[in-house]
Design a protein around this ligand. Structure first.
Ligand code: FES
Length: 172
């Protein structure tokens, strides 16, 4: 039988309230912290979800001869290498590939004399279609991403992302 008498009921009530309040604040803080952590993980795993695509002007056909290559930056920040492979005057003369090596992200460039794309970081080699045929990308079966091209009235256009979730907040 408990005959103890609560000599300070007001103080005990205040302590209980403060204890419950601090627990609630801690739980709220933890939930917020885990939420932020989850958002950062999502950003890291899906950094550039494109939210719009459009046909963008690249150059006129006379501006590129067979074997010429140019670097193109899409509005969303993608780095693309566009190379002229033929002289038929159709979009099939051109190929547009990602300028970023799928191995570790270095820049690739076209070598017309060797008929290949080359990544100098680890001697990655891609054939004219962008398929990895040497170095780490060749070993891993990696290829350069393709972009659709079309010609209209003697002008070359490329279908690219116009905005990404990452770049939309960082552009001026
Ligand atoms: S980054 Fe291109 S081969 Fe390694």
């Amino acid at each position: 039988m408990n005959n103890a008498i609560d000599e300070h009921p007001a103080e005990n009530g205040r302590r209980g309230f403060l204890s419950r309040l601090s627990s609630a604040v801690m739980a709220f803080g933890l939930a917020g912290g885990y939420g932020m952590f989850g958002a950062f993980v999502g950003w890291f795993l899906y950094p550039a979800r494109h939210i719009g695509k459009s046909w963008m002007y690249v150059t006129d056909l006379a501006g590129m001869q067979q074997g010429d290559s140019l670097k193109y930056h899409s509005p969303a920040g993608e780095q693309i290498v566009i190379t002229r492979m033929g002289e038929t005057g159709t979009a099939d003369d051109f190929i547009a590939l990602s300028g970023i090596c799928p191995h570790l992200g270095c820049h690739v460039h076209w070598e017309s004399e060797a008929d290949r794309f080359f990544c100098p970081c680890h001697n990655g080699v891609f054939d004219a279609s962008g398929k990895g045929i040497g170095g780490p990308p060749g070993d891993a079966g990696q290829s350069l991403a393709h972009y659709p091209l079309r010609i209209e009235n003697g002008l070359l256009f490329i279908d690219v992302a116009t905005e990404s979730l990452m770049s939309s907040s960082s552009r001026v």
